[in-house]
Write a new protein. Sequence first.
Length: 172
Amino acid sequence: MALDKFIKKFINGDTSAFDDIYNLTQKSVYYVALSILRDKALAEDVMQTTYMRMLKSIRSYTLGTNASAWIYTIARNEALNIKKARMREQSVDEYENKTLFGMSEPDKYGDLIDLAKRILADDEFSILMLVTACSYKRKEIGKMLGIPISTVTWKYQNALLKMRNALEKEGR
């Protein structure tokens, strides 16, 4: 596994291997956090915290086990901790208040991601993002999430159908 190779290099003192670890995992870490928190800025915060915690405990990682699942679990736990802490806070949507956030135009995929966040269940959103944005195979997602491939496929197909129906209703 490439990820294990880079982790081993990092443990052995090659700090440049972190760039490779980050490049291999950053999309999935982001979308795992986003699927739980439904907030882009918080998902980015979780990314930073995830990698800090990963670096702090990298020597305790057992090479040959599932490195992406290990990092995914750190991200998931961080996101759940933030979600729990923020349950009583009121969030502000950057698309409704663009000028407040210094935005004149949202990114081109923002509207689709926002639609997906609104209409999909957390697990459907996570699977959709891992397949489409991160290019993971369903088998890999099944291992990461600890669910059968058939369940991943079913949830992915459901998510696509919900998105297609919602886009048709909006006339897109």
